[in-house]
Each structure stands twice: as C-alpha cells, then as structure tokens.
Design a protein around this ligand. Structure first.
Ligand SMILES: C[S@@+](CC[C@H](N)C(=O)[O-])C[C@H]1O[C@@H](n2cnc3c(N)ncnc32)[C@H](O)[C@@H]1O
Ligand code: SF4
Length: 387
C-alpha cells in the first residue's frame, strides 16, 4: 500500500533539552546544566525496542528527531538510534530522516556528523531574519549566524527547510513582505511559516497580561496570512498545509504521516504515537518530565503513560482535524476505513452541506477538502462539522 493510501508509518524521537528557554515556546523543552548522554541514548534505544515488539518489520517512511533541540545531541547518539531503527523496521528506499536544528555555530559544526549518521533533511529554527526580532524572541543567534548555519546545512544536506515566526508585535505588512522576500532568496524547497501564538504558561503570556506588548489584531493577522500565501504561491512553494510550503514533491513526509492520519511510534519524553494493531487504533503518550521518563525507562524498558483505544467516531474526528489542514484534504475511502462504516453516519450531511454552501469545504467523489477560506478558520469549520 502506498504511503498516501495507508497514511504511512513513521518514528518520532523527542530530545527534550535546549540551551535556553524561548519565551514563546510551550514545547516539552528544558534547560539542564549537564546530562548523562550515554544514559539518554540507552533509554531512547530501549523505547524503540519496546515499540518495535509490536510494530517491527513494518516499512518505515520517516524518522524525525524533534525537540527541544535535537541538534544538541551527539552525532553518535543520532547514529545509534538510526541503526537501531534499521534493525527493527524495513527502511523505505526514499526514507526521510529529519533533524530539527537551532542555527548557532556550535550546532552547525555537528551537521557533518549528523549527515554521516544518516540524517538527510534538516529543519532549522531561524524564526526571523532581523536581529531586533531575534532578541525579542529570546533567541541565542543573530541573523548573520543563522544565515551561516543555513549555508553549512546546504552543503551537508540535500533537503533543508527553515522556520520563521511572523505576526510579531508591531510587524507591518510591509516589514513582513520584505522579510519574506529575503527568506525566499535563501529558501530551498520547503519553508514553515508560523503565526506567533501566545501559549499558556509561557513568558510571553505573562508579558501580554502585563501589557508589555500585544500581537497584531485579527484583521492584520488575516492580511499577513493572505499575503504570505500569495507570495509563496507565486514563488513556486504553495501551501500544502496551513503553515507549510513546498515545491511539489518536497513536502515533509514525516508531517504528512501525521496529517494523513498514518501510524507513528513516539519515543522520548512526552512523545505521542498512533498505532493501528489488528484493526484497532491506539493513542500512546510517554511520560513528559525528562528525569521521571528516564527513571521509568530504566526500570521498565519504557515510560508509556497513556495507551488508549481510539473509538471509530473519534478516529473520524481526528482524521478530519488532521487532514483538513492539508491542501489535498481527506480521502473519503480512508475516512470510511477509519470509521469502520460509512462516514456519512458520523459526519452529518446537513452540517457538511452548510459548510460547502458557505464556501468553506469542497467535496467530490474521492475527497473532502477545506477551501482557502476554510483553512484560514479551520477551528471554527471543525467545530461546525464535528458534533
Ligand atoms: C520544536 S520548535 C523548535 C525547534 C528548535 N528547537 C528551534 O527552536 O529552532 C518548532 C518550531 O515551532 C515554532 N514555534 C514554537 N512556538 C511557537 C509559537 N508560540 N508561535 C509560533 N511558532 C512557534 C518555531 O518556529 C519553532 O522553530
Ligand atoms: S523554540 Fe526551540 S530552542 Fe526555543 S525553547 Fe522551544 S524548542 Fe527550545
């Protein structure tokens, strides 16, 4: 079965450490003076072994080292994990192995080692090309350092993507358009462009509550989003997902597995997984706190906190929540397979009709797709679609 039909199969590995905590970030990332990397390597390998016991032999389409800051890992750790994965699963001939990296010179110095370990794609967190904005975002690198890291990445990896955060406080349409132009001059075949969100529990949440700054209003955010879509489309990197742009064929295969509702093993602190076993689908989640995760893996061989069966109606809503983010939308045949029945019995026809007439959804014999307008307000569309 092709990845597009089955959704594919992937492995996510979470590295929970960062050099410092960025004030906007609510990922499971922590600053530690020092860690015992050999222990961490053994524990991650142990969780791979644990999940391979029930999924071993499947064809693996992608491995993703996410974080936190996986570019702080020793290349030997990355190599050991890829080697272990190779023992457990059959690598697809075009397997994608991505590592998320911060663009500092220290990390760029490791890129060669990551490439030798088998990494063939990097995703760099540039965030901005403007020094004042980088300081505001609490980043540890300058724009010049980020450009230099990007150049090193280009020499080592065939596929390089980078992230930018826009809709920052006070950012005008003119300023963002200029920054986007500069980004496009540097871009390869993939770009992730995220609107700044103020996440609960972050430094930025406190700052906004104190009135230190505010994010652009809704109308400005919408204008920035629309300008982004148009500019990237014109440059040959159309959106294939709400915040992700690629030349056709250069989409991130790993994220496509999530959005096409494929299966993935999640190992490392706080990692989530989705596994289909004998027709039943399971949601897994590992212990979130790094030290507790480590202790539990050392004691039991894994630190699974949650392992719940996902009932067919939830499978349908999860698949819609993920798939409608994609420009390609959701396959109706796969939706029916997840539902174990006609999805028409789960997604109400009058709701669908209202959203289609409103111009937010489009449906043909094969697929259900959110239109541009629908993707821009996907949360509201999903709330109106799913009972
Ligand atoms: C796991 S994080 C970062 C990986 C890497 N540690 C880094 O900082 O470059 C993935 C991406 O999410 C984006 N991101 C994180 N928090 C965000 C927020 N509150 N608003 C918008 N984008 C955010 C950033 O662009 C970041 O690069
Ligand atoms: S944005 Fe990246 S470097 Fe900053 S705290 Fe989050 S994961 Fe760490």
């Amino acid at each position: 079965m092709s990845a597009a039909v089955s959704g594919g199969f992937a492995l996510y590995l979470h590295w929970p450490f960062c050099r410092s905590k960025c004030p906007y970030c609510d990922f499971n990332s922590h600053v530690r003076e020092r860690i015992d990397e050999a222990r961490w390597r053994r524990a991650l390998v142990a969780e791979l072994d644990h999940y391979a016991a029930e999924t071993g032999g499947r064809r693996l389409d992608s491995i993703f080292f996410g974080g936190g800051t996986p570019s702080l890992m020793a290349p030997e750790t990355v190599a050991a994990l890829i080697e272990r994965a190779r023992r457990h699963w059959a690598f697809a001939p075009d397997i994608e192995i991505t590592l998320e990296a911060n663009p500092t010179s220290v990390e760029a110095a490791r890129f060669e080692g990551f490439a030798a370990a088998g990494v063939n794609r990097v995703s760099l967190g540039l965030q901005s090309l403007d020094d004042a904005s980088l300081r505001f975002l609490g980043r540890q690198h300058s724009a010049a350092e980020a450009r230099a890291a990007l150049a090193v990445a280009r020499r080592q990896f065939h596929r390089v993507s980078f992230d930018l955060i826009y809709a920052r406080p006070g950012q005008t349409l003119e300023a963002w358009t200029a920054e986007l132009g500069a980004a496009l001059e540097l871009a390869g075949d993939h770009l992730s462009l995220y609107q700044l969100t103020i996440e609960p529990g972050t430094g930025f949440e406190g700052a906004v509550a104190r009135g230190d700054f505010s994010v652009p209003d809704e109308a400005t955010q919408a204008a920035l989003y629309e300008a982004t879509q148009a500019r990237l489309e014109a440059a040959g990197l159309p959106a294939y997902e709400i915040s992700n742009h690629a030349r056709p064929g250069e989409e991130c295969r790993h994220n496509l597995v999530y959005w096409r509702y494929g299966d993935y093993v999640g190992a490392g602190p706080g990692a989530h997984g989705r596994l289909t076993l004998a027709g039943r689908k399971w949601a897994t989640r590992q212990h979130r706190a790094p030290e507790a995760w480590l202790a539990e893996v050392e004691a039991k061989g894994h630190a699974t906190r949650q392992r719940d069966e996902i009932a067919p109606p939830e499978r349908v809503s999860e698949m819609l929540m993920m798939g409608l983010r994609l420009t390609e939308g959701v396959s109706l045949a796969r939706l029916a397979a997840e539902a174990g029945a006609d999805p028409g019995t789960i997604v109400s026809e009058p709701r669908l009709a209202r959203l289609t007439e409103g111009g937010f959804l489009r449906r043909d014999a094969q697929r259900l797709v959110a239109t541009k307008a629908g993707r821009q307000r996907l949360d509201a569309v999903l709330a109106a679609l799913i009972a």
